[in-house]
Design a protein around this ligand. Structure first.
Ligand SMILES: [Zn+2]
Length: 278
């Protein structure tokens, strides 16, 4: 007869309740990890889910997780922070004319402030602010937010994440976003968080709000050169923090062969799965 069988039910319950928070966390992590692995098994999908309070990795499927990858426009909030550091935390307005200003949206975004530029990922706005920055400004910002940038991006196009030369360790990027969304608020950060909330609601990441049935989240999308074999036209990235107010979960997804807006759809569904488990 095992010891366990001799324990009365009340004592067993007491033991369970006294279990360390870590044990409870790992039980929760195991169920989340299993659920995500079962429901989102597509080979073109990579993801990393982190608990923001403890910085604990809850679940992941990501080949070569320590290897820096191009993340496209996911660098934009941090480029903005490099700008804020140099300009008293104030951001300019800029009128995007579209293709002739180097924006991906041919017809142009019109008048943008920093929050709408984040929400709609306006290249023209960010090329404009990047043109005032030197590689060492970006280096100083990256150091402050705890990610290594390897070769510092050079020139406005590289600085806003175009071309795929600027590569970042995906876990370091997630941590940097958690610092941005956490307390105390970083200088110039509030406008960026407003932009990420707007992105999830009606910007390039609007699929997040739709899949979460309207619940507020923070999100940013990116589209970057493909890192897979065989090569696709590109990889879509979406980074989400949930809930928008004091985020508890941080999720990064990468979907092979689609733009960032489509990755946001997959990420939103995954987040919805996790939230419904709680
Ligand atoms: Zn634009």
């Amino acid at each position: 007869m095992t010891v366990q069988r001799e324990l009365p039910a009340a004592m067993l319950l007491a033991c369970l309740l006294a279990a360390s928070p870590l044990a409870a966390a790992s039980l929760y992590d195991q169920s989340v990890a299993r659920l995500l692995a079962d429901r989102y098994s597509s080979t073109g999908l990579s993801y990393i889910l982190i608990d923001t309070a403890t910085r604990r990795l809850i679940a992941s499927r990501w080949d070569a997780i320590t290897e820096p990858v191009p993340v496209g426009s996911l660098v934009k909030p941090f480029l903005a922070l490099a700008y804020a550091q140099k300009h008293d935390s104030t951001y300019p307005h800029y009128f995007c004319h579209g293709a002739r200003d180097g924006c991906w949206l041919a017809r142009g975004h019109g008048l943008m402030d920093i929050s709408s530029a984040i929400a709609y990922s306006c290249n023209a706005y960010f090329i404009n602010i990047a043109s005032t920055l030197k590689p060492e400004d970006v280096e100083a910002m990256a150091q402050r937010y705890g990610f290594s940038i390897g070769q510092a991006p050079f020139g406005a196009a590289q600085m806003i994440g175009l071309g795929g030369d600027w590569r970042i360790d995906p876990r370091e990027l997630l941590r940097a976003y958690m610092v941005l969304a956490g307390a105390p608020r970083v200088a110039g950060g509030a406008e960026l968080l407003r932009g990420m909330a707007l992105s999830a609601r009606m910007g390039t990441a609007e699929a997040v709000s739709l899949t979460l049935h309207g619940a507020a989240a923070l999100a940013k999308t990116g589209t970057a050169p493909c890192v897979h074999t065989p090569r696709g036209p590109g990889d879509g990235y979406a980074l989400m923090l949930y809930p928008a107010d004091q985020p508890r979960l941080a999720l990064l997804v990468r979907v092979h062969g689609v733009p960032g807006a489509r990755a946001a759809e997959v990420g939103g569904r995954m987040l919805n799965t996790v939230v419904n488990l709680d």
